[in-house]
Write a protein that binds this ligand. Structure first.
Ligand code: PLP
Length: 242
C-alpha cells in the first residue's frame, strides 16, 4: 500500500476561513495530501478586517512542529504567518534539525485589509529563515519590503536569493495586465514565467493556497517548476469557481 505524504503547515488561524490554516488544509486535501499543523497565531477576522491577533508562545510552536514531525512522515513543510521574530527563531531551530525536508515559505507580512501579521521589526529575522527554504513566494508589495531596494523585480528577487532562498516565486497578482504572471527565479538559471488569465474579483487566501499547493506537489516528489505550474493552475480554477 502506498503511504499518503504528509505536509506540515506552520501558520495562523483565520476565524473567517478566508485565509490562513483553513485555506492550507483545504488545499492539501484537494491534492490528496495529509495535513498536520503547528499554529503560530490565533486571529479574529471577518472578510473585512483583522480584529485581534494572539501569537502562540514560540516554544509551543516549536513543540507542535516537533510533535508533528515525530508523529508523521512529513514530506514537505509550508510556512505562512509567523507573527514575531521569536517565533521565527523557534521555527528556524526545528528546521535546522530537518534539512532534507523541502520548505515553502509564504512571507506573510500584512493582511489585505492592512493589519500587520508579522511585527515590522521581524523582517530581518524572516530574511534569515530564507536559507532553510526551498521556495519563498512573495507578492510584489512583500518583495519590495523584503528586498528593500526599489529596483526591478528581477533585481529584488535576486536580492532574496542572495539572502539564501533556493528559489523565489514572485506573484504578479498585484500587477496590471490581461494575465497574472508569476515568475520563478533560481540561482544561475533563466527565470520561468507562469501565466493565467487575470480575473477581476479578489479572493482572500490565494497566497496561502498557492504555497500549500506547491508544498503538496513537492511532497509527491515533483520538481519545483512542475509543482509551481500545477499549483498556479489549481488556484486559478478555485478562483473561477467563486
Ligand atoms: N490571516 C492569516 C492567518 C493569514 O495567514 C493570512 C495570509 O497568509 C492572512 C490573514 C491574510 O490573508 P488576506 O491578505 O488574503 O486577507
Amino acid at each position: 500500500m502506498k503511504t499518503i505524504p504528509h505536509v506540515l503547515v506552520v501558520a495562523g488561524s483565520d476565524s473567517s476561513g478566508g485565509a490562513g490554516i483553513v485555506r492550507d488544509i483545504e488545499t492539501l486535501a484537494a491534492f490528496g495530501v495529509k495535513a498536520s499543523v503547528a499554529i503560530t497565531a490565533v486571529t479574529v477576522q471577518t472578510h473585512q478586517g483583522v480584529e485581534h491577533v494572539d501569537a502562540v508562545a514560540p516554544d509551543r510552536v516549536a513543540q507542535q512542529m516537533r510533535a508533528s514531525l515525530s508523529a508523521n512522515p512529513i514530506a514537505a513543510i509550508k510556512i505562512g504567518m509567523l507573527a514575531t521574530s521569536a517565533t521565527i527563531a523557534a521555527v528556524a531551530q526545528v528546521l535546522a534539525d530537518h534539512p532534507d525536508i523541502p520548505v515553502v515559505l509564504d512571507p506573510v507580512l500584512v493582511s489585505t485589509s492592512g493589519r500587520a501579521l508579522l511585527l515590522p521589526d521581524a523582517t530581518d529575522a524572516l530574511l534569515e529563515l530564507f536559507s532553510s527554504c526551498m521556495l519563498v513566494t512573495p507578492n510584489l508589495p512583500e518583495l519590495l519590503v523584503l528586498a528593500a531596494v526599489p529596483r526591478s523585480v528581477a533585481d529584488q528577487a535576486r536580492t532574496l536569493l542572495a539572502a539564501g532562498a533556493k528559489a523565489v516565486l514572485v506573484k504578479g497578482g498585484h500587477a496590471n495586465g490581461m494575465e497574472a504572471i508569476d515568475i520563478l527565479f533560481q540561482p544561475e538559471q533563466a527565470e520561468q514565467s507562469f501565466a493565467s488569465p487575470r480575473l477581476t474579483a479578489t479572493m482572500r487566501g490565494t497566497g496561502c493556497m498557492l504555497a500549500s499547493a506547491v508544498a503538496a506537489r513537492l511532497a509527491f516528489g515533483d520538481p519545483l517548476p512542475a509543482a509551481v505550474a500545477l499549483a498556479k493552475a489549481f488556484v486559478y480554477d478555485k478562483f473561477r469557481e467563486t
